[in-house]
Design a protein around this ligand. Structure first.
Ligand code: CA
Length: 222
């Protein structure tokens, strides 16, 4: 299992890479916020979890976290930091951290928190998304409408999953492109419209609402 460690302190980083390696995790280690944002923009989906220090050179951990969540990544983030005021903890959690660990910490506690976050994330990631008679099943990678499986492409599945994950939220074209494609992939300007068109053809036009000039959201339940 691959983890991203973002930590500028060499001693803490070394001990985490070694300690987590003993448990079979593969740890990619970057030492500043800009490198972290670059790694996550390219490949957030490749990491099972991010260990993120708050105080970092070039870009703070909290900014890295905000950028990550702005791209709708759900990868679990465990903040590690020397800050321990209530205000800091609230700010970290509000920015999208899943858990919080204050330095100095014991390796055994980091490992326990990682296991706990991975279990929670796994349960959430494998839960079916239900919208009226439409069911999206992430484990079988299957969409069912009124109980019958619908043939659907991986991109169509990904688009539906993004929209169903946050019912009511309007997603801009840029947000959807970033959720469905890596930053380095070259894509046509109308690719999102094409995917929406085919999803509507399969599931009914009302399944996706267009909010003029803003973007799209999940429509009325079928
Ligand atoms: Ca630091």
């Amino acid at each position: 299992m691959r983890l991203l460690l973002v930590e500028d302190d060499r001693m803490i980083g070394d001990s985490l890479v070694r300690g987590l390696g003993d448990d079979g995790y593969h740890v990619d280690w970057v030492r500043d916020g800009v490198a972290a944002t670059a790694a996550l923009a390219d490949a957030a989906a490749n990491f099972a979890l991010v260990l993120l220090d708050w105080g970092l050179p070039r870009q703070s951990g909290i900014e890295v976290l905000r950028e990550l969540r702005a791209r709708h990544s759900l990868v679990p983030v465990l903040m590690i930091t020397a800050r321990d005021t209530l205000e800091d903890r609230v700010q970290g959690l509000d920015a999208g951290a899943d858990d919080y660990l204050v330095k100095p910490f014991a390796l055994a506690e980091v490992k326990a928190r990682i296991r706990s976050l991975l279990r929670r994330h796994e349960a959430r990631a494998s839960a079916e998304l239900v919208h009226g008679t439409l069911v999206l099943d992430p484990v079988r990678h299957e969409v069912r409408l009124r109980g019958a499986p619908v043939a659907i492409t991986p991109r169509e599945f990904a688009l539906l999953r993004v929209l169903l994950s946050r019912p009511g939220a309007v997603h801009s074209r840029t947000q959807l492109e970033q959720s469905l494609y890596g930053w380095s992939e070259a894509i046509d300007s109308n690719v999102i419209e094409v995917i929406i068109h085919t999803v509507r053809r399969k599931l009914g036009a009302a399944i996706i609402d267009n909010v003029r000039g803003v973007g799209w959201r999940i429509g009325a339940p079928p």
